[in-house]
Design a protein around this ligand. Structure first.
Ligand code: GLY
Length: 383
């Protein structure tokens, strides 16, 4: 039976879905073959070519809009974007990064799941092959950034990579070749062992010696300090470890995801939208990162799906996810900023280099829509 709580929930969720889908609809002319950049400038995304790690979030939003409305009106733009991602792979544009996973999950895999096209399955597998080239069997890790010979980046992993692993799990499922899954599993285990600290906080990045396989040490790139806990990294971890549990059945990943979630929730400020590093809280004068909040909502909802309802935390994860989402809906959207073509204000890309501070983040927008999708209907996921 529907309760009045459910009715209220479905009203504001429906309003937010209308708002976000309308914004996507308005943006299709601007971002037709070009894409939104990682961050807005004064709340406006200016179109750029498909070269950055963030280019697929727009395609993900188009697929979500298609599914949320049941309309074909987004298909033409989806088609152009998929063509651009095929070209990007053929020409190896900006693909010296583990973010091949983000790029081809929200394009090729999403299209395979939504439209069932074999060409997209092939594209995803070709992208997975490129990602596999970044795997070091000695260190059992996937190098995050840059050329494999770059001394600054050699043997470096980052927590975000957990969200790139579903591309490898997909390739194993589709081809029957277990080597993709084995690499993804090994990488997730190394991340669990070295990036997650004993108190369930996380390093952003960690170095390994790829000649000997030795673990060297952790530091940060986008967090406040080497020993602090970057909010978005923790959110990637909640979602990413849950997905590795889903694809490998290793229950230790589910436990790690819960530990990370418990820490994240315990450090939330009064309005439930985390500051950009969890070392900060109310009164700090620092910025929030609404994009970390949106990722955490999706991660918490996915995590709750895999826990028995008898476990007390199961309800707590769902309740916290809804509370964060409601706070984003109430106070963080661009609804009162008609000049903006983004969805969520108050994100932070990289405070240390003052890049995208207190702006819309394109992945924040994507995960906000994914969260709305998740609470409005049962969804099978592109990850
Ligand atoms: N994956 C890069 C970031 O979260 O900024």
């Amino acid at each position: 039976m529907e309760t009045s709580y459910d009715v209220q929930l479905s009203q504001w969720v429906a309003e937010q879905i209308d708002f976000t889908v309308n914004q996507v609809r308005k943006n299709t002319k601007t971002f037709d073959t070009l894409v939104p950049p990682a961050a807005s400038e004064q709340l406006v995304y200016r179109p750029e070519a498909n070269h950055d790690w963030t280019a697929s979030f727009w395609t993900g939003m188009l697929f979500l809009s298609k599914e949320l409305t049941g309309s074909t009106e987004f298909d033409e733009t989806i088609e152009k974007q998929l063509h651009s991602f095929q070209e990007r792979l053929d020409q190896r544009i900006g693909l010296e990064t583990h973010d091949i996973g983000f790029l081809y999950s929200l394009t090729a895999i999403a299209d395979y799941r939504v439209n069932g096209r074999e060409s997209s399955k092939k594209l995803a597998i070709a992208a997975a092959d490129l990602l596999m080239a970044r795997y070091s069997p000695k260190a059992q890790i996937i190098q995050a950034w840059g050329n494999l010979d770059d001394p600054q980046q050699r043997g470096r992993i980052i927590i975000d990579c957990l969200m790139n692993l579903p591309l490898l799990y997909f390739a194993s499922q589709m081809t029957g070749n277990e080597s993709y899954k084995k690499a993804a599993y090994a990488h997730a285990k190394q991340t669990q062992k070295y990036i997650v600290r004993d108190n369930a906080t996380t390093y952003h990045t960690y170095y390994f010696d790829v000649e000997t396989g030795a673990a060297i040490g952790g530091n940060t790139q986008q967090g406040y300090a080497d020993d602090s806990c970057w909010a978005r990294g923790q959110a990637w971890g909640i979602y990413g470890f849950t997905l590795s549990y889903l694809y490998t059945g290793d229950t230790s990943f589910l436990k790690t995801a819960q530990d990370l979630a418990d820490y994240f929730i315990a450090e939330l400020p009064a309005d439930k939208v985390s500051y950009w590093d969890l070392v900060f809280n109310d009164g700090s004068q620092e910025e929030r990162d609404s994009s970390a909040a949106a990722i955490a909502v999706c991660g918490l909802l996915e995590l709750a799906k895999h826990l028995p309802i008898t476990q007390p935390n199961q309800a707590a994860y769902q309740e916290n996810a809804l509370a964060i989402l409601a706070s984003l809906a109430q106070n963080y959207t661009t609804i009162d900023h008609p000049e903006s073509n983004g969805l969520l204000m108050h994100g932070v890309y990289d405070k240390n280099s003052l890049k995208g501070v207190d702006e819309c983040m394109i992945w924040g927008d994507y995960y906000y829509m994914e969260a709305l999708m998740r609470v409005s209907q049962s969804w099978y996921s592109y990850w």
